[in-house]
Design a protein around this ligand. Structure first.
Ligand SMILES: [Zn+2]
Length: 331
């Protein structure tokens, strides 16, 4: 018998005996009263995610934009493995099997006097459980007008769409928008349009237009600002990029969407993510990068891993890895 049916049974017995009111007041007066909650307003279920860390002299803050729900879990997430195998791995990892809630970890770096964002999330109201980056920024005493540079790892909605508002105006009035040249050229060229996802092309162009003459492209290996370099990680989208952050002897790699799930695509780098533009290239990039990260023991920040997404990749067995989150202290 489950706990809930035990409870129903007990409740029925109490009702029969006319004791439910007495039991309720006992709960209110004793248990809840002890916690001191009865006289206070309900606790808001939403918190602002701003996680401080450093890379050498560079200050960083992971800013949660919330989460995005991908459903059904299969075959939306993994397209080249049997549903049963994917669901079993999710279940063994204590995760729901009918959907995946992917965290959205945008990041602010303070480089010298510059405030630099990597990706901007959905933007306020842009997604049912996303669009919270501005609130996270406000918790640090910053507003969109305080941002100087924004690097977009790729032009998908959960990374780019927060750049402009519903009227197509830039939400970050002083910021330059930096993006890989390959990524910009792909989404800008009407010859590449795909009817099934035309909305993505239209939205990318709307955001590029909002940047106006403050849009700058970089090639792989190109500098975003001193200390931050774009690295080609193509496949998820044609110009998908990671960001290498270096200060003194310290470094960190912002891996963006190289692996979109901390269990599925680390245990099976050969699995294809449903939103990978070029599956063969994406798998090749993922395998190569995971091997390199595990060998070099590189500290990473992953966009869709559990907040804040900072940690390291450890080999499990041949061709399989796990993500180890780094510990954090508030002081
Ligand atoms: Zn993403």
């Amino acid at each position: 018998m489950t706990q809930s049916s035990d409870f129903s049974l007990n409740r029925r017995s109490l009702l029969k005996g006319g004791l439910v009111l007495g039991a309720a007041s006992m709960l209110g007066g004793t248990l809840l009263g002890c916690a001191g909650r009865t006289s206070k307003a309900p606790i808001a279920p939403r918190t602002v995610g701003a996680y401080p860390f450093t890379v050498g002299d560079i200050q960083g803050f992971v800013l949660s934009d919330g989460t995005v729900r991908l459903e059904p879990a299969t075959p939306t997430i993994v397209t080249n493995a049997p549903d049963k195998e994917v669901k079993t791995l999710l279940e063994q990892s204590f995760l729901p099997t009918d959907y995946v809630d992917a965290p959205i970890n945008t990041v602010l770096f303070r480089v010298g006097k510059r405030n630099v964002l990597i990706d901007v999330g959905y933007g306020p109201g842009g997604s049912p459980k996303g669009g919270l980056q501005t609130e996270a920024l406000a918790s640090l005493g910053l507003e969109p007008k305080d941002i100087d540079t924004i690097f977009i790892t790729h032009a998908h909605p959960d990374h780019l769409h927060g750049f402009s508002d519903a009227n197509g105006l830039p939400r970050f009035p002083k910021a330059e928008l930096v993006i890989s040249e390959t990524e910009y050229n792909f989404w800008s060229n009407p010859d590449n349009d795909i009817a099934k996802v035309q909305g993505l092309f239209d939205a990318a162009r709307k955001n590029f237009a909002a940047a106006g003459d403050r849009l700058r492209t970089v090639k792989g290996g190109g500098e975003i600002v001193p200390g931050l370099v774009a690295e080609a990680a193509h496949g998820h989208t044609p110009g998908h990029s990671a960001v290498r952050v270096t200060s003194g002897t310290d470094d960190l790699l912002v891996t963006a969407d190289t692996a979109n799930h901390p269990i599925l695509f680390l245990r099976h780098p050969e699995w294809v993510f449903g939103y990978d533009f070029n599956p063969t290239q994406a798998v090749e990039t993922r395998k190569k990068r995971l091997d390199q990260l595990a060998t070099d023991k590189t500290r990473i920040l992953a966009y869709h891993f559990p907040f804040p997404g900072i940690g390291r990749i450890k080999p499990l067995w041949s061709g399989a890895y796990e993500f180890l989150s780094e510990p954090w202290s508030p002081v």
